[in-house]
Design a protein around this ligand. Structure first.
Ligand SMILES: *Cc1c(COP(=O)(O)O)cnc(C)c1O
Length: 389
């Protein structure tokens, strides 16, 4: 598909033409060379080892080394990894999590019979606000689940301090954050466990898959058992597990893909900087704050649209951009507490999620992927500028 930008010229065109002459795909994953993937995969395949072979172990070791963690356990998805982490930690009662997230974060809690308690997010970083978490911890709380939103590291130390002081566990949904760095330390090292996603919309792609990282040997052992029905060979399961192993092919894809991860992160950061530079003086747009020294993967690039200042609402802007062949997403709207699976866990009088509501109601995500050319980014930003009041 050609991504040719032709900026609409209102002065001469009789019929207005869209900013882009063809619909721009929102996401287009860059994949490593299939030959390289097959060269890793071939040997096991020829021996009939499609699962429980050695590629998964090599992939886990490579990730553990890169992230500087003792244990990495590959699983079938981030969702199953979160479910297994919660199960292996023996969580009970309530878990505190953001409502501004993808619903898989919450599903992991519900599948474990846990009661989700929603905490607000910080208005600048759009990640879980430790102060609001602290207010919501009760004797029923067994864990906190933070989300590194779009790869922007959470307030990790504050949440770790809080979890330690109040005697609760801490899990991070790092679905977006493989390669993110906070305070010089890779995401993957924080909390009791961090869980990554490897689906095609994330930066490191394994087709489908997830990774759990931890420095806790017992937890690692339980999750390893948990991905295999809870059984590590005794035929007497240690815990109620899942069938959530990562197939060898997916591990080969992930292992080879690790080589291009840094390039992808760098390109996402270039594109994000280009968007922000071009949009920063548009009235009514707000940007996610990345704290000094942190590295964000920019799995997504999103802005908040203030309808009064910008001149149209987020929803109107999304429709207007689509008419220009620019597809956007509302990551993540609606927030969990306004979805039917989760609404009953929310009590408006106590829970007060003002920032969550504001962010989710005004957030708009623009295309961002490695092969997106600068000219297309420029066509998008000039269209957003032209549509402004
Ligand atoms: C993509 C995503 C998940 C789910 O990942 P899967 O690997 O598809 O299970 C979980 N949390 C967040 C925040 C995500 O964006």
């Amino acid at each position: 598909m050609k991504n040719t930008a032709s900026v609409h010229d209102a002065g001469t065109a009789l019929v207005s033409r869209p900013a882009l002459d063809q619909r721009l795909r929102f996401i287009r994953p860059t994949l490593p060379s299939l030959d390289e993937v097959l060269s890793v995969y071939r040997q096991g395949y020829s021996q009939g080892l499609l699962t429980n072979g050695e590629v998964v172990g090599r992939f886990e070791a490579a990730v553990a080394e890169r992230l500087g963690v003792k244990y990495c356990i590959a699983v079938s998805s981030c969702t199953s990894g979160l479910m297994l982490a919660a199960k292996a930690l023996g969580l009970r009662g309530e878990v505190i999590l953001p409502s501004f997230t993808f619903f898989a974060t919450g599903h992991a809690a519900l599948w474990n019979g846990l009661t989700p308690v929603f905490a607000d997010c910080d208005p600048e970083t759009w990640t879980l606000d430790p102060t609001d978490v602290s207010r919501k911890i009760t004797e029923r709380t067994s864990a906190i689940m933070g989300v590194h939103m779009y790869g922007n590291p959470c307030f990790t130390e504050e949440l770790e301090d809080l979890a330690a002081r109040r005697g609760v566990k801490l899990i991070f949904d790092g679905a977006h954050a493989l390669g993110s760095v906070h305070g010089g330390r890779p995401i993957g090292q924080f909390g009791d466990a961090e869980v990554f996603s490897l689906t095609p919309t994330k930066l490191l792609v394994a087709g489908e898959g997830g990774l759990v990282t931890t420095n806790d040997a017992i937890l690692a052992h339980k999750i390893r058992a948990g991905r295999n029905y809870g059984d590590l060979g005794t035929y007497d399961p240690e815990l109620l597990g899942l069938s959530a192993r990562m197939p060898e092919f997916n591990a080969a894809l992930g292992l080879v893909g690790l080589d291009i991860l840094d390039h992808k992160i760098a390109r996402h950061n270039e594109i994000a900087a280009r968007y922000t530079a071009a949009l920063s003086r548009v009235r009514g747009l707000r940007f996610q704050k990345i704290r000094a020294g942190d590295l964000c993967t920019f799995k997504d690039y999103s802005v908040l649209v203030d309808a009064a200042e910008y001149g149209m609402s987020r929803d109107e802007l999304a429709v207007a951009l689509l008419a220009e062949n620019i597809e956007t997403k509302k990551y993540f709207y609606p927030p969990l507490h306004r979805q039917h699976l989760y609404g009953s866990f929310y009590d408006a009088t106590h829970d007060g999620l003002a920032h969550t509501n504001l962010i989710s109601d005004t957030v708009l995500s623009f295309p961002i992927y490695e092969s997106l050319q600068d000219e297309i980014v420029d066509a998008i930003t000039s269209t957003v500028r032209r549509l402004a009041k």
